[in-house]
Ligand binder design. Sequence first.
Ligand code: FES
Length: 147
Amino acid sequence: MMDRKEFFQSCGCVLFGGIAISAVTSGCSSSTYTAQHTRNGKLVTVPLSEFVENRNGVFQPRAFVIVKLAGEKYPIGVYQHGDKKYSALLLRCTHRSCELQPLDDYLICPCHGSEFTTRGVVQSPPALVNLESYAVTVENNDVVIHL
Ligand code: FES
């Protein structure tokens, strides 16, 4: 199994002084998809269909989608888990507030390398605190994020 360093080397992804090359999103992960959503106060609704990708006629689940709220500095990463549960994570590193890079099975900070699980639990320092997360419910055909 490939470790993190080998992973980035194989992708041609390089970190320069805290700035991640965008190839991390475009080449290493399956894809980073920004989902359509609506917001009503503290409720953000994402259609369940946004979690499915059509690849040449073959429908496949997306591991996660990104929600970019108007006026908010940091996006939210919404991961779906096999048990039809979802986690909504603010993509702000708890170390020094860099925007996290979500990948299919973990999140990494491009600034100093902290890593988090797809449920927001810190896995490697320098961050020591879990990610800010939001309650998520599934209502009819929507995922609803409770800010
Ligand atoms: S800001 Fe994320 S590890 Fe330092």
